[in-house]
Design a protein around this ligand. Structure first.
Ligand code: THU
Length: 137
């Protein structure tokens, strides 16, 4: 099984961060998602003058990987980095998207430019999530 190194994955996320398109917030975020073969899918935040269409780094990485042919639920880990005081906290929308498309026990490694790192699972980041089991019929 592919073993990811949290620090190395964070360095990959930092590479993606430099590609962020952030003319409005000027707040760059990068993500690196590991697939079942150990390959990395990059994501950065991409903003929009209408604000609402902005896509976070985490969602960019997950959506890209799915569009490239990777099965929902097949991912192994994601690292996210931003210039925050403590490790960056993924937004609620990205937590919901990760619940939908990643294993509940998948590690989410959160960091910042100072090298602070914390790791939690997708399930821990969104307890009591509304998911496919919540839908009846
Ligand atoms: N953002 C991310 O890309 N990921 C996060 O985890 C937090 C927020 C982006 C969205 C927006 O482009 C900018 O950071 C400021 O909210």
């Amino acid at each position: 099984m592919y073993m990811f190194d949290a620090k190395k994955l964070m360095e990959e996320a930092a590479k993606a961060r430099s590609r962020a398109y952030v003319p409005y917030s000027n707040f760059q975020v990068g993500a690196a998602l590991v697939d079942e073969d150990g390959n990395i899918h990059y994501g950065c935040n991409i903003e929009n003058a209408a604000y609402g269409p902005t896509n976070c780094a985490e969602r960019t990485a997950v959506f890209r990987a799915i569009a490239d042919g990777h099965r929902p639920g097949s991912f192994k880990a994601i690292a996210v980095i931003g210039d925050t005081d403590g490790p960056i906290a993924p937004c609620g929308v990205c937590r919901q998207v990760m619940v939908e498309l990643c294993p509940r026990d998948m590690p989410v490694i959160m960091g910042n430019l100072k090298g602070d790192i914390v790791q939690m699972t997708v399930g821990e980041l969104l307890p009591g999530a509304f998911d496919k089991t919540s839908l009846k019929g």
